[in-house]
Design a protein around this ligand. Sequence first.
Ligand code: T5A
Length: 215
Amino acid sequence: MATGKFITFEGPEGSGKSTHIRMLAEYLRGRGVDVVLTREPGGTPTGEAIRGILQHDHAGEAPVGRAEVLLFLASRAQHVERLIRPALEAGRWVLCDRFSDSTLAYQGFGRGFDLAALRDADAFATGGLAPDLTVLLDVPPETSRERLRARLSQTLGAPDRIEREDDAFHERLRAGFLELAAGEPARFVVVDTERAREAVARDIRRAVAKRLLGA
Ligand code: T5A
């Protein structure tokens, strides 16, 4: 019987998921919670290898759309069985940067694959595991682009395959995430990230305290 809690962070690129996962982990550790931070695609050696194929065409050719879906799901199946479930069963709290909602938003709303088919395939990959709480960090595409541009100019990095998608894709993506959240208000908390980091972090801490710590 799982006793830990499973919290996922979702949202477009540059919405602040990595930043706020770290800040929430610090808060929870301060309250004596044993926290594991992880991400998708990735989180296990197999998942990280899949991440390389997905993001930078390491195999020398871009995966076709259906292969892309299956690669995200393969990474997730490995992640759930090897890392997430064992951690939850040991009473740890798992904070995960992206999970099933990213597949529905990017491959469903973004790329146009059938949502019902994606939900079925995802349930096969996860064995039915769903988050206790999903924090959706909402950001308009213009702000997201600005933040990524600023980061790329600092790191001399190159945008990955999805970051290179056009504006219409990013509009569909944001609307898709908001629709998913509206459909499951008991699981989601939507946070406006066009504010200072500390204000965003405070809203996240409040939601976690209220919904999962009973504060
Ligand atoms: N994907 C993933 C799918 O298509 N399907 C799937 O099923 C899954 C699981 C993952 C890619 O894979 C796709 C989605 C993605 O395209 P990734 O490298 O993990 O790729 O990319 P992201 O998850 O988008 O991570 P990013 O690092 O790009 O964005 P974050 O983590 O949301 O943002 P963060 O915290 O790094 O912040 C970005 C910048 O903004 C600043 C930060 O300091 C940083 O510089 N920032 C703020 N600036 C001002 N005000 C604020 N409030 C700020 N918050 C953050």
